[in-house]
Design a protein around this ligand. Structure first.
Ligand SMILES: *Cc1c(COP(=O)(O)O)cnc(C)c1O
Length: 433
């Protein structure tokens, strides 16, 4: 495949944009090499500026559950465009989207619209701290919650120590207010609550992890989070920026039957435009200005184009649910990948919930960040490039979930599996990689 134009575009971009990209995951750093520059998307397909075509399993990192350019979403954006791009004043559409969100997730009694997942999470954190009057936040290693300072924190040297900055620019003071524990370790959380219970404002979790690859919650993990937070007067925040409207219309909380106090949303809820949301218990949400005293605002919050796209996306998912079909397609893809790896004698683990999945090149089951990081990432890189050369576009890291969309068909899935069979057979063959 010729990608000369992408190569030239990347060189030009790097002169003006740090690393040539506006979000670091796009730079293909984890797999080594040059990113593909996109011209357009249609249904399940991505087209690059050299005219190559790829089956897209990135879906803009999650939002595009209906594939590229779904007719209903495009029509809604066009219709909104006729009336204006931003007003800085309330519109009825915002209430309509709020109603759709609250109906989909009954734990959400009131909701605020913002412009990204990061903004949703950082606002929910401030609210949790304002509501409880407490400072400490608990997160889990390998969960990603956007780039707010409080969450760019890594575990300290012993399990129950407070966090340390995970990026230059995050102050030690900020990091000290965040505790990082292993995902799926409710015993450690119990111990932490025993020691610091009265200081913990909130526990935030990806109920199904999608940012260390797809890692599923162990039996009893989410119920333990619910029980411990309730007992100690801390808030439970489900970060459903990926899982919301993805694993079920009602998100992971519907799938596992757990009601968090607050939920953060992004990705699918914006229908492919920049929109996030956070919501939950009315008594907590009413601590926000202008009702309460916790400050949060946004010039483009509830933007009419993004709101219209979100309404069209959620209405479509509610009235014509793709989830059964997605389950079948993704199960077929997962089974095909696992069989291909098995046939090639490549050690692997396959994790999947609905249409989010990861083929881990790991010997042992992946339950948390400590086990995820043992994956053979150089094998993943060769797998990634082998598939890209065959017109299959995967996330460019072992530690990102891939997504099946409703625009994929059985034929697309089967073509993907047969490409994976070829690549895995080559990977298994002896010789230089
Ligand atoms: C993508 C993501 C975010 C951040 O959302 P942005 O829109 O990229 O700011 C937060 N939490 C989770 C779980 C995510 O996957």
């Amino acid at each position: 495949m010729n990608r000369d134009r992408s190569r030239e575009a990347f060189a030009r971009a790097k002169q003006l944009i740090p690393g040539g990209v506006n979000s670091p995951a796009r730079a293909f750093g984890a797999v080594g090499g040059q990113p593909v520059f996109i011209d357009r998307g249609e249904g399940p397909w991505l087209y690059d500026i050299d005219g190559n075509r790829y089956l897209d399993y990135v879906a803009s990192w999650g939002p595009l559950i209906l594939g590229h350019r779904p007719a209903a979403v495009l029509a809604a954006i066009q219709n909104a465009l006729e009336r204006g791009t931003s007003f800085g004043a309330p519109t009825e559409a915002e209430t309509e989207l709020a109603a759709l969100i609250c109906q989909a997730m009954p734990s959400i009694q009131k909701v605020r619209l913002v412009s990204s997942g990061t903004e949703a999470v950082m606002s929910a954190l401030r609210l949790a701290r304002g509501f409880t009057g407490r400072d400490l936040l608990v997160k889990f290693a390998g969960n990603y919650h956007g780039h707010a300072d409080s969450l760019l924190v890594a575990a300290g040297s012993s399990a129950a120590t407070l966090g340390v900055p995970n990026s230059p620019g995050v102050t030690a003071g900020t990091a000290r207010d965040t505790v990082v524990l292993e995902y799926n370790d409710s015993v450690a959380l119990q111990r932490l609550f025993d020691q610091y219970g009265s200081q913990i404002a909130a526990v935030i979790v990806e109920p199904i992890a999608g940012n260390m690859g797809c890692v599923t919650p162990a039996d009893g993990f989410l119920p333990a989070l619910r029980e411990l937070t309730r007992r100690h007067g801390a808030l439970l925040i489900f970060d459903e920026v990926i899982t919301g409207f993805r694993v079920a219309y009602g998100g992971a909380q519907a799938l596992y039957g757990i009601e968090p106090d607050l939920t953060t949303l992004g990705k699918i809820v914006g229908g492919g435009l920049p929109l996030g949301a956070y919501g939950g218990r009315a008594d907590v949400m009413d601590c926000l200005l202008p009702v309460g005293k916790v400050f949060q605002a946004g010039t483009l919050s509830g933007n009419p184009l993004a709101t219209a796209a979100g309404i069209a996306m959620l209405t479509s998912l509610r009235d014509d649910p793709p989830y059964e079909r997605l389950e079948q397609l993704a199960a077929r893809l997962a089974a095909g990948f696992a069989a291909a790896a098995q046939a090639a004698a490549v050690p692997h683990q396959l994790a999947r919930v609905g249409s989010m999945l990861t083929l881990f090149f790991a010997e042992q089951p992946v339950r948390n960040w400590s086990t995820a990081r043992l994956c053979d990432t150089s094998r993943f890189s060769r797998f990634f490039w082998g598939l890209l050369e065959r017109g299959i576009y995967l996330p460019c890291s072992q530690f990102e979930a891939m997504f099946v969309s409703a625009a994929h068909t059985v034929e697309h899935i089967d073509a993907t599996v047969s490409a994976a069979q070829q690549v895995l057979a080559e990977l298994a063959a002896p010789g230089p990689g």
